[in-house]
Design a protein around this ligand. Structure first.
Ligand SMILES: *Cc1c(COP(=O)(O)O)cnc(C)c1O
Length: 407
């Protein structure tokens, strides 16, 4: 049987196949970059039109009360909560992932006086490492990096916080969240998980593993749109003690008392800083509701099937690429990454054929399998395109080697 024939059988048996129609995807495009910018839910433009024209245009300032804008960050956070094993009042949608990292790293340092080390791994997503460096420059933190196998040993009694990305952005390799959380706690440290490549793609159980803090991205698998608000999780047991440093008025216990003195909101609302981006939250809410409706368990199952099928198709075509993602689909997120010295040009040649993946410096071709809107037919076609691009040397065309600003 050809890969295409097998794909047709898989698609016919796929319980999620109908959800593809809930997304807008351009004709002729196979979108393998939903791990970087999720596709547009069909419902989003209509919701945005309502919020802009009716709530903003007609409701004006009244909409902060009447349309629920004031409570929106908490409401969207509460809808993200079940996707990550959190309680509704432990999650808030606000700011960017980078800013939320800063707030929670600083908060963790304040909760572990006498300890200054933030432990992470080399090759973690850059912003995670840069935000530690920013606190280090202020004299508040010391950055320590240890390779994955050495993390447990690096958890000395000077470590305030273990900060890791659950699913690695480049390789898709997934950390054992339960084991590392336990190891950190045994060493007296707190844990902050970056769930940017996990949320909406793989099951996460923050309270099941006893995690302290988490952050994550709204524009990847949650389909919140470019620059969507991110989210932050603080375990209920830490909320009374929590002090985050960006003490803006929206994190105040009573913002509309207009007091001269800051007093933090008692709950997760303290994580807010300034006025929330209502349009961004409205778009994010649509994506979150859709992903929650499909269900992370089913999404994860399908994503594993899609990536396994892609590997099988490549094998059928006789393509032998250096896959840097874990071979075991339960040990990786929803992506496959391949190392090749010409990964950039190969990626561009694929994009010219309508197969959109991305490139991560210096030599990784990254293909994401967002299970909410990809079919097995897409996977078979993408594998065939990749096999052809490699076989005929199409990537050697000079235009495919010119680097754009965003890769
Ligand atoms: C995408 C991503 C981010 C994004 O941070 P922003 O502040 O939204 O730019 C952060 N961390 C990880 C691990 C990511 O994959």
């Amino acid at each position: 049987m050809t890969p295409e024939a097998r794909a047709a059988e898989f698609d016919a048996a796929d319980p999620l196949s109908a959800y593809r129609d809930r997304f807008t995807l351009p004709e002729g495009v196979i979108y393998l970059d939903g791990n970087s910018l999720g596709a547009l839910p069909k419902a989003t433009p209509e919701v945005l039109r309502r919020v802009v024209e009716r709530e903003w245009g007609e409701g004006l300032i009244r909409s902060w009360n009447d349309a629920g804008w004031f409570a929106m960050a908490g409401r969207v956070g509460a809808k993200i909560a079940p996707l990550i094993g959190a309680a509704p009042d432990e999650v808030i949608a606000c700011d960017s992932t980078s800013v939320n990292l800063f707030k929670l790293i600083a908060a963790a340092l304040a909760m572990r006086p006498g300890r200054k080390v933030i432990l992470s791994e080399p090759g973690n997503f850059p912003t995670d490492l840069y935000m530690i460096a920013g606190l280090e420059a202020q004299g508040l933190a010391t950055r320590r990096l240890a390779e994955r196998e050495a993390l447990a040993d690096a958890l000395g009694d000077d470590v305030a916080l273990l900060l890791l990305t659950h699913v690695h952005y480049k390789t898709g390799a997934m950390h054992d969240m339960a084991a590392l959380t336990r190891a950190a706690h045994e060493a007296g440290a707190l844990v902050l998980w970056d769930l940017s490549h996990s949320t909406g793609a793989v099951p996460v159980d923050l309270n099941g593993v006893g995690a302290d803090f988490a952050v994550g991205c709204g524009y990847k698998y949650l389909c919140g749109g470019p620059g969507a608000p991110a989210f932050a999780f603080v375990a209920a047991r830490h909320q009374a003690e929590l002090r985050q440093p960006l003490t803006g008025w929206f994190g105040h216990a009573a913002p509309f008392a207009f007091s001269d003195d800051y007093a933090p909101a008692p709950g997760i609302e303290q994580l807010q800083c300034g006025t929330p981006p209502v349009l961004g939250l409205a778009a994010l809410e649509v994506g979150v509701e859709l992903i929650a409706e499909i269900g992370v368990g089913r999404l994860h199952q399908k994503s594993q099937a899609l990536s396994q099928f892609f590997l099988a198709c490549l094998a059928d075509h006789g393509v032998a690429l250096d896959c840097v993602s874990p071979a075991d689909s339960s040990a990786r997120g929803s992506q496959l990454s391949f190392r090749h010295t010409e990964a950039y040009a190969i990626c561009q040649a694929l994009i010219a054929r309508g197969v959109i993946g991305d490139f991560r410096d210096p030599d990784v071709l990254r293909l994401g399998f967002a299970p909410a809107y990809l079919s097995f037919a897409d996977i078979a076609a993408a594998a065939r395109h990749l096999a052809e691009v490699l076989a005929n040397g199409e990537w050697q065309n000079a235009v495919f080697r010119q680097r754009a600003a965003v890769t």
